[in-house]
Design a protein around this ligand. Structure first.
Ligand code: F0G
Length: 453
């Protein structure tokens, strides 16, 4: 293979990005109280805040948008949406929602009650919040390797099946309304789950007659990792792998803002017709009629095309290679990252990067704000600011939007990170001067600490 990553697309429409000077960025950051969420996106050069809803749509998707049927009930767009999703996911009921968390709310709303327990490899924050909102407990049981940043296990998203069986035995089957598997494991570094692990989790669920649901946001990336890393899958297509994977489950929640390649949208699938009826009743109450679920017909069209495009091998090869390219080029120079590189993001280990900054002075925020000052790059802290004292790690996530940035953009990001790495000993911690009662990271205000005399 050639060494250069060739983006498997040509660019037909461009969106300018804006340079700022370091002096301007210092001023902008001060005005944003050292919180990158409070910056105007226009003042960011390369935006790696999230891969959610930030991707570029293809000409086929835009053409499909024009075919959107905006009928309130029974639209053709819904038929195309359902057909495309069933082709990959195989579930009998497909319920559109405006994004992933709406599917979560409806799923947990109809299946869980106070005192229930929901096991997952690792709950994403909205998934955890929706489980807890109905009074149930969200339990993370990823394998121990998944919690070690330097461990290069090929499937660090795997669930600990022994822990799952022990949990079911301990709390009793009747308190476990469903088991979830998040593919790939976002909160654990964008790490994949193996087919073998999916099969074992599925077997444990079937023995106890507990339904297995996937949090399927990055299902295409997970399928490609299985193709690359799991014996027996080398010559299967990502689509065949995805079909097999979903065959071991009973349903899924999905944010189409990730591997749906759309800017908005999601869905909830289930093979349980009775449950689907209850879910649709709730959907009508809060999202919309079951043939649009809070989306426009044109959004359904974009997702119908997008989920198929996410499985194209040329695309996935480029996608996974460009994320690894970023991770490998900085880790070769000693920059500490969560290994191996994930599917959608690279996670910098801020405690290792800035060992002189204690966790209560927010090393993740210090690193993220320095990346902005140095090169106009926006990332997100996942650590002491987001989780408070409960944070086990201080990470900075560099999430890569789909089909948006080219290799030269990524080269620039590498250069900036290496510049910051060189001057790491001069970076200072911060103190919190304002925090909201919950989800404080979105609105927190901080101030840099004065340099030691
Ligand atoms: N599950 C996972 C694994 C996610 O990563 C997300 C969103 C959701 C569910 C919720 O989907 O945003 O459509 O409601 N993750 C984004 C991120 C926000 O930046 O990682 P949503």
């Amino acid at each position: 293979m050639p060494r250069t990553i060739i983006e498997p697309f040509r660019i037909k429409s461009v969106e300018p990005i804006r340079w700022t000077t370091r002096a301007q960025r210092e001023k902008l950051l001060r005005a944003a109280h050292y919180n990158l969420f409070l910056l105007s996106a226009d003042d960011v050069l390369i935006d790696l805040l999230t891969d959610s809803g930030t991707g570029a749509m293809s000409t086929h998707q835009w053409a499909a948008v024009m075919e959107g049927d905006e009928s309130y009930a029974g639209s053709k767009s819904f038929e195309r949406f359902r057909t495309s999703i069933q082709d990959i996911f195989g579930y009998t009921n497909v319920i559109p929602t405006h994004q992933g968390r709406a599917a979560e709310r409806i799923l947990f709303g109809v299946t869980c009650k106070r005192g229930d327990v929901v096991p997952n490899n690792t709950h994403f924050d909205t998934t955890r919040a929706n489980v807890e909102f109905v009074g149930a407990e969200a339990v993370d049981i990823v394998i121990s390797e998944g919690r070690e940043p330097q461990n290069r296990h090929p499937f660090k998203g795997n669930m600990d099946v022994t822990a799952l069986r022990e949990l079911i035995a301990h709390v009793g089957r009747e308190r476990v309304p469903l088991v979830m598997l998040t593919v790939t494991n976002n909160a654990g570094g964008g790490q994949p789950v193996s087919m073998d692990n999916i099969r074992q989790v599925s077997a444990a669920c079937r023995e106890h007659k507990i339904p297995l649901y996937f949090d399927a946001c990055r299902f295409a990336e997970n399928s490609y990792f299985i193709k690359l890393r799991e014996p027996g899958y080398e010559s299967k297509t990502p689509k065949q792998i995805a079909q097999e994977m979903f065959g071991y489950g009973d349903g899924c929640t999905m944010s189409a803002k990730k591997d749906g390649m759309a800017n908005i949208g999601g869905f909830l699938c289930t093979n349980d017709d009775l449950l689907a009826q209850e879910q649709k009743d709730l959907l009508i109450l809060t999202e919309g009629y079951p043939t649009y679920g809070g989306l426009a017909g044109r959004d359904l069209e974009a997702v119908a095309v997008g989920v198929q495009e996410a499985l194209e091998e040329d695309y996935l090869r480029y996608r996974i290679a460009s994320t690894a390219y970023l991770g490998n080029h900085i880790s070769e120079q000693g920059v500490p990252i969560v290994q191996p590189p994930g599917g959608h993001a690279i996670y910098l280990d801020a405690r290792e990067f800035l060992p002189h900054i204690p966790p209560d002075q927010f090393p993740g925020v210090a690193l993220a704000t320095e990346l902005y000052l140095e090169g106009g790059i926006r990332s997100v802290e996942i650590g002491a600011l987001m989780f408070g004292a409960a944070a086990k790690m201080d990470l900075v996530r560099l999430a890569i939007p789909r089909r948006v940035y080219t290799q030269s953009h990524i080269d620039y990001v590498v250069e900036i990170i290496l510049e910051v790495w060189k001057k790491r000993s001069s970076i200072r911690g911060l103190k919190l001067v304002y925090e909201a009662a919950f989800l404080r990271h979105f609105t927190a205000r901080l101030e840099p600490l004065a340099a030691k005399a």
